[in-house]
Design a protein around this ligand. Sequence first.
Ligand SMILES: *Cc1c(COP(=O)(O)O)cnc(C)c1O
Length: 360
Amino acid sequence: MDRVFNYSAGPSCLPIEVLEEVKRDLLNYKNKGFSVLEMNHRTEDYYEINDEANSLMKELLKVGDDYQVLFLQGGGYTQFSTFPINLAESDDLTLYVKTGNFSTKAYNEGKKFTNAKVIATSEDKNFSYIPKITKDMVDQNAKYLHICVNNTAFGTCYNTLPDTGDVPLIGDMSSIILAKNYDIKKFGMIYGGVQKNLGAAGATFVVIKNDLIKENDKIASMSSYKILADGKSIFNTPPVFSVYIVGLMLKWVKKQGGVESLDKIAKEKSKIIYDLIDNSKFYKGTANVYDRSPMNVTFLTPSEDLDIKFVKEAKENGMINLKGHKAAGGLRASLYNAMPLEGVNKLKEFMNKFERDNKV
Ligand SMILES: *Cc1c(COP(=O)(O)O)cnc(C)c1O
């Protein structure tokens, strides 16, 4: 079978150039006589991989030495409970915005460990929009405000970041890292799994401001940003191969012109599908137009039966993973950085044909 176009929300497609480099070097990395899969993490070889991924991440996100980059295990999900215990005590006020399944999970973890409060939600309209957050909603006594920057399941993202005053802003950027040109310096911390825009499953990235990293001997060592940062992400065995792929992805991102360039490309790619949806009476977008995500395009056909048929026929035509998230239903095309324009155009042609063939 030929390679298909993979619109999976995560783990997702990787650039063919990256996969080819992995393949070329798999048995004999840089002519060292062994594979990265076999690499000891306390060697110069791995320090080089770790350091390079670290500095490229800072360079591409345009943050200075007042931020630390960590590559950890446990996924985005582990961070839902890690940042609360690092940044707040159990009676400290922490703030959350609920815009979908992941931000709700983050809040549910946060309230186990802190005095967590939801200041805004879009639950009333099935998470189809991003609620307005004004500065007066942000209690300046709070230890942080958490947002999910891109809602992978519901296809929405923040176009403007909330002004939180002196309260650190924490952003789950799992599905939009290096794809939209946010000013990362507005965040106290961002984090996410790497398996969407940044590589293969395994590693989790955390980019955190130094002044939020504090010693705390009451929490588990593996949860302590201080210990993990002091250990330069090698406190224990890191996900070596996954961090290696992150490094390759970061070099690929740099070659594409960095985040500004990928932001523009992502807008153009997603516009192709959004324009089709807007000009069609058959398809219906589920996200509020202004809040639409350039990464996850969520939409419906006129019926659930047609949604199922769409997914099935797309697969027969070499386009996989177009089923929507179970929390949102319908259809979803994830158009991450690694999705080539060719894949977007192929989806557009298929959508047009499917509409013609199934018009009611
Ligand atoms: C995928 C995703 C996660 C889940 O991360 P895991 O690595 O599976 O723990 C969290 N948040 C968002 C926004 C995601 O898209």
